[in-house]
Design a protein around this ligand. Structure first.
Ligand code: 5GP
Ligand code: MG
Ligand code: MG
Length: 197
């Protein structure tokens, strides 16, 4: 069990499980793009570890870049997506594959789709390491999924809880008993018998 800010997190995915999911995505994309040179676009900040391990598995010709959407983003009244780090130049005609850390409701994905709809890329596909199908709005097809996970908050391997936990090399899941402990016993983890794992 680890503590980040006010919450406790329990181990969820090992390094071996993570790398297997990453390799799964890399192998599928490699099979589909064997005659092409795709441009991978990682979505900062959360995807940095995924992108790094992904590229070590994807040993074929490719280009790599990053994009960062502002956290208050969404479409403005003018219909323009706010970006902190903009799209790479000269992407027209390229086959772009987005590398996302996690697709939850799909709200961020909608912004990305809108951003790329203003370009004239040849093709635009989505790869995500994690996906929570039970809460996804289903608006767009997700082309490559590393691992489907339940609707529980996770941290580590690039993913944060209020900016902590990105550097963890394994993935942890919010310990749902934290709230019960806080209510019943006044502090996290104090409840006898509530720490199941
Ligand atoms: P969506 O827009 O699909 O609802 O959510 C995508 C974004 O929400 C992700 O890029 C990530 O920043 C955040 N997010 C969604 N689920 C989780 C989670 O389980 N853990 C963490 N750390 N962030 C999440
Ligand atoms: Mg993300
Ligand atoms: Mg975050």
């Amino acid at each position: 069990m680890i503590q980040l800010h006010d919450k406790q997190f329990k181990p969820f995915l090992s390094q071996a499980q993570l790398l297997a999911a990453v390799k799964n995505v890399a192998d599928k994309i490699a099979a589909d793009y064997k005659d092409e040179t795709p441009l991978f676009v990682g979505v900062l900040n959360g995807s940095f570890m995924f992108v790094s391990d992904f590229l070590k598995e994807y040993q074929h010709p490719c280009e790599v870049s990053f994009v960062k959407l502002s956290s208050y983003s969404g479409l403005t009244s003018t219909g323009i997506v706010e970006t902190l780090l903009d799209l790479p130049e000269n992407i027209s005609g390229k086959s772009v594959i987005i590398l996302e850390d996690i697709i939850d409701t799909g709200r961020t994905l909608k912004e990305l789709v809108h951003l790329f709809s203003q370009t004239n890329v040849k093709e635009f596909k989505i790869a995500t390491l994690f996906h929570k199908p039970s809460v996804y709005n289903g608006e767009y097809k997700i082309d490559y999924v590393g691992m489907e996970i339940p609707d529980k908050f996770i941290v580590g391997y690039g993913l944060d809880y209020n900016e902590l936990g990105r550097n963890l090399k394994e993935v942890y899941q919010l310990n749902q008993n934290t709230m019960i402990n806080l209510v019943l016993f006044g502090k996290p983890g104090a409840g006898k018998g509530t720490q199941a794992e």
